[in-house]
Design a protein around this ligand. Structure first.
Ligand SMILES: [Zn+2]
Ligand SMILES: [Zn+2]
Length: 332
């Protein structure tokens, strides 16, 4: 019998619940979930921090699974393939943004865990174009976090066509940041890790940082960076962050800070600086990301727990007690 790990309300523990088997609709497929990463956005959804959760809620949006069933219009030869699924599980396929290759900006996107059951389960459903075939040389058990955490930080490099001669800074060495450092190094950039936790300095260098700078010393970096990827979801000294950008530099915001970000107009005007953000990326960028990870041996650093210990993983992630991502292993 298929099952989900669901929560009845904000702050409630997840409980295992048996459910009816999923039936794939036209263009859809069902993945048997093998491994499921735990992303900070899962906590936000479980706790209704964004005000868009509906209960009972089944989170989980960094899945690796095997195609178990396909709907009309999907080639049955895909059954048995290993695929990865992230934040988005569907888009309309025919609007301007979808046709332009930016399906993550489609107004009809279906998020994997919004109004539908995610991957803390024995199976999960998605449109076939959002379930990305896994290259053979990616480790199946560790690949899940690439499909949300990984693509989130790959997006600014890929979609904004960042030059390999750029000086890039990554704020935060965590679930997103530890992947951003690897991507930026392999992309060819000069890489600076900005962190409040210098205990992570050696690990940041091993992950690809040329330099590690305490966030409190950002004032000494004025005018340096062509791109700052901010993975932190806490308010920062925004004036100091903007001042650290070179002319034409870009602050790319990925941490979901709930407070407004205040900036001084002149700091943007005088040096033509930019502030941008992005919601993961398109299926095309996901395909390029997994290829890039294969070529450069980019891997999430994960700690595995059986899915039956999911509440323990959630409690530890709340405390920041993980380097750098939990992956829950099924079946449980
Ligand atoms: Zn669309
Ligand atoms: Zn996520």
């Amino acid at each position: 019998m298929p099952y989900v790990w669901q929560t009845a309300g904000p702050g409630e523990p997840l409980q295992r619940q048996e459910v009816e088997p999923l039936t794939p609709g036209p263009g859809e497929l069902v993945l048997e979930v093998l491994h499921s990463g735990l992303c900070h956005s899962d906590l936000s959804m479980l706790d209704n921090a964004w005000g868009m959760s509906s209960y009972p809620l089944v989170a989980g949006h960094e899945a690796v699974g095997r195609v178990a069933a396909v709907g009309d219009g999907v080639d049955p030869a895909h059954i048995g393939q290993l695929r990865g699924l992230g934040w988005f599980a569907g888009s309309c396929g025919h609007c301007f943004q979808c046709l332009a290759g930016r399906a993550n900006l489609c107004r009809s996107t279906e998020a994997t865990i919004v109004g539908r059951a995610g991957a803390f389960a024995s199976e999960v459903k998605a449109r076939q174009d959002w379930a990305i075939p896994l290259p053979e040389d990616l480790p199946v058990a560790d690949a899940g976090p690439l499909f949300c955490g990984g693509i989130t930080v790959f997006a600014p490099l890929m979609d904004e066509a960042v030059s390999p001669t750029s000086r890039v800074a990554v704020i935060g060495v965590g679930g997103l940041g530890h992947l951003a450092l690897q991507f930026c190094r392999a992309w060819g950039c000069e890489v600076t890790a900005l962190t409040t936790n210098l205990a992570k300095a050696d690990e940041a260098r091993a992950l690809g940082a040329h330099r590690v700078v305490p966030l409190a010393e950002l004032a000494g970096e004025a005018g340096r960076f062509d791109l700052i990827i901010n993975t932190a979801n806490q308010p920062l000294d925004w004036a100091a962050v903007i001042a650290a950008l070179a002319p034409l530099g870009r602050l790319h915001q990925l941490g979901a800070v709930l407070e407004p970000m205040t900036v001084n107009a002149f700091d943007l005007i005088v040096s033509r600086r930019m502030i941008t953000g992005s919601p993961t990326s398109s299926p095309a960028s996901l395909l390029k990301m997994v290829e890039f990870c294969s070529r450069h041996a980019i891997r999430p650093m994960v700690e595995h727990l059986p899915m039956a210990r999911i509440n323990e993983a959630i409690e530890r992630l709340h405390r920041g007690d993980v380097r750098y991502r939990f992956v829950l292993d099924g079946p449980a």
